[in-house]
Design a protein around this ligand. Structure first.
Ligand SMILES: [Zn+2]
Length: 341
């Protein structure tokens, strides 16, 4: 038995017959590509010595707040949000704002016909953020870019990494397990869902890099999953999250910050991730078509099969978070969690 949590949040019903579908898999509804990838050429030169990376520093000292997009080259909502923010001429009144378009090489090969292929060039750029990979002998397009960005990231106090999901599920802030992350996510007050998770076995994300993961350091990094990759609303969610994030860091002027802080806040819900299902075999299959945010009522319900072994829910009212559609050994298939607040 399962039920969906807040089914009204799930997209659907607005499919245009002319729309191109992206990221489809057997059993899933085709998802139209409603967003246009912006031309980022005007931002190539940067002002930091790193292409596609801009920093603006106020005369008054303050924190360094960084917004990053395109960690995955096909997640264009963040590119749209930050492109607009640059055109709007965002500037800090104190501290520093950095805007970075990360995996630009992957973004270059973005195609509306097959948008999933531009996630990365050589490897997932959001799995390379540990010291051993960054300082090791291995090389890839993504590692080279990460190594270029790293000295700048080492100076960041607040980071928001903007993503989107293949699945049609509500936006969620992935806050990590440290209290400082949850506290700061609450200060942002957006979107409705916070998911507290420890990360992937497949490699470290930027959110969990260095000082961000250190409970002794005040530095905070959050990852927002803004909604489905190609849905129009996803770019709006990314934009709102980005501005609210800046307002919460204190780098904006009072009038600008207040304009965002005044917007109505929804009651926020916290989902604690308790388990990750990591794929062990080549024949991994889900038992049903899951999009995410399904609540499985009974403990012990079979949700997947992996190498002849049943994967069961560990407790009643178990929430499925971001079930994958692409199954590869060593990768996360789904996270399991429960509502905490
Ligand atoms: Zn992503």
């Amino acid at each position: 038995m399962r039920r969906f949590y807040r089914p009204a949040n799930r997209a659907g019903g607005s499919l245009s017959s002319a729309a191109v579908s992206g990221g489809t898999a057997r059993g899933f509804r085709a998802t139209p590509v409603e967003l246009d990838p912006p031309d980022l050429a005007p931002w190539r030169i940067g002002n930091t010595g790193i292409d596609y990376v801009w920093s603006f520093t106020a005369a008054e000292p303050g924190p360094h707040a960084m917004l990053s997009a395109l960690m995955h080259g096909n997640e264009i909502c963040g590119a749209i949000a930050l492109d607009r923010m640059l055109y709007d001429g965002v500037r800090p009144v104190r501290g520093k704002i950095t805007i970075a378009f990360c995996n630009i090489e992957a973004y270059r090969i973005f195609s509306r016909v097959d948008p999933a292929v531009s996630r990365y060039v050589d490897e997932d750029m959001n799995r390379v953020w540990d010291q051993s990979a960054l300082e090791g002998p291995r090389n890839s397009q993504e590692l080279r870019r990460a190594r270029l960005l790293r000295p700048l990231i080492d100076t960041v106090d607040y980071l928001l990494d903007i993503h989107s999901t293949t699945n049609v599920n509500p936006a969620m802030m992935l806050t990590g397990i440290e209290k400082k992350h949850l506290d700061f996510a609450k200060a942002i007050g957006f979107p409705v869902y916070f998911v507290r998770d420890a990360g992937h076995e497949g490699g470290r994300r930027l959110r969990d890099y260095g000082h961000f993961a250190d409970p002794q350091s005040p530095a905070v990094a959050l990852l927002v999953e803004s909604g489905q990759h190609w849905a129009k609303a996803t770019a709006e969610t990314a934009r709102e999250t980005a501005w609210r994030f800046l307002a919460a860091t204190g780098v904006l002027d009072e009038a600008h910050a207040a304009a965002w802080a005044k917007r109505p806040r929804a009651t926020q819900r916290v989902i604690q991730v308790t388990d990750r299902v990591t794929i062990q075999n080549d024949d991994f299959r889900f038992f049903d078509t899951y999009e995410g945010f399904e609540v499985i009522e009974r403990a012990g319900t079979v949700i997947a099969r992996d190498g002849g072994k049943d994967i069961r829910t560990p407790y009643d009212d178990c929430v499925l978070i971001m079930p994958s559609r692409h199954f590869a050994r060593g990768q996360t298939a789904v996270r399991l969690g429960r509502f905490e607040e």
